[in-house]
Design a protein around this ligand. Sequence first.
Ligand code: SF4
Ligand code: SF4
Length: 97
Amino acid sequence: MIIATDMPEVAKCVVSQCAYNADDGCHARAITIGEGAAPDCDTFFDNDKHTHSSRTAGVGACKIEDCAHNDDFECTADSIQVGASGGSVDCQTYTKH
Ligand code: SF4
Ligand code: SF4
């Protein structure tokens, strides 16, 4: 069994209403980017409770093929940042091909 340990880090996420967010960081084990065709955080979970984890999340999967950092449905950036704009929660490291 091969276990991935080299995920890009979610260096920052300012979406404080997400259950996985604390102190401008994402503390999920891993997130998925790509909700439909948009580079949105598919792991976003609007909830009053918040994780107590101190781990830093990785990008486990990304479905946005037209991003320059995407290779074989995975993110190859060193790290990403997530934020909110226009009512969506999106990967701000997204770079269109
Ligand atoms: S990156 Fe996604 S899952 Fe993590 S805290 Fe931000 S919105 Fe939530
Ligand atoms: S930088 Fe590009 S490939 Fe990486 S998670 Fe964001 S949209 Fe996906």
